[in-house]
Write a protein that binds this ligand. Structure first.
Ligand code: SAM
Length: 218
């Protein structure tokens, strides 16, 4: 179903450092129950990219019960936590793509999405790794193509290097998106959403202030 010709590799870990024993058969059996296969033109979708332990997907699914959240993450330990919480909270509007978000974007040939969340994308702060950063103007323009009119992208980061990079990417696609909160006094996530993901907590514990960018499709 997915073509293999996407050029954008997915970097980062698939398993946690703890190497806690995981029953992979059980994992893949459970993933199969929630796995994203294709779009249904009758549904409206939210794209949640790089969901880690899945806190954002659970938050979005509860907040938008009439939408389907596509949670994209390859990190097995994180997906196990998401799958547990889907069952714990009896959630029926999350589907999981346990791989690269580019696979989903590739087959979204229509304006399928009402909202995109990208919470704490890997910043790859070293210059020699800059090409690994997910958020570029090219990537934002790809999202523009699959977003419905007036819909939004929400991006959170605590990395000053990535903030500069994201600002540059936003500037380079200013004909595609309006940066809605650029004139706000601050860009703090908690002014908008009551959510704490693993990387949000890490940032706060290290005295780094995460910023939130809200872009609206033009
Ligand atoms: C720093 S973690 C953030 C996790 C979570 N959003 C949070 O706030 O705690 C970034 C995650 O993005 C995932 N990721 C990076 N590139 C991705 C891609 N192209 N498609 C899907 N997931 C991706 C990584 O596997 C990683 O788990």
């Amino acid at each position: 179903m997915f073509s293999n010709n996407y050029t954008n590799r997915l970097f980062g870990r698939t398993r946690g450092r703890s190497k806690k024993k995981i029953n992979l058969k059980n994992y893949y059996d459970t993933v199969a129950k929630y796995k994203f296969k294709n779009f249904n033109d009758k549904s409206e979708y939210i794209l949640d990219i790089g969901t880690g332990y899945g806190e954002t997907s659970i938050f979005l699914a509860k907040q938008f019960e009439d939408k389907v959240v596509i949670s994209c993450e390859k990190y097995i330990d994180g997906n196990i936590s998401l799958l547990k919480n889907i069952q714990k909270y009896n959630i029926n509007n999350i589907i999981l793509h346990n791989g690269n978000v580019y696979n989903v974007i590739e087959i979204a040939n229509k304006k399928h999405f009402n909202l995109v969340w990208i919470f704490f994308p890997d910043p790859w702060p070293k210059n020699r790794h800059a090409k690994r950063r997910l958020i570029t103007s090219d990537f934002l323009i790809k999202l523009h193509r699959i977003l419905k009119e007036n819909s939004e992208i929400h991006i959170a980061t605590d990395s000053t290097v990535y903030v500069r990079f994201i600002l540059n990417s936003i500037f380079n696609c200013k004909d595609y998106f309006l940066w809605l909160n650029q004139s706000e006094m601050n860009l703090y996530i908690k002014d908008y959403f009551n959510i704490e993901t693993k990387y949000y907590k890490k940032a706060i514990n290290s005295q780094r202030k995460p910023s939130l960018f809200i872009l609206r499709k033009l």
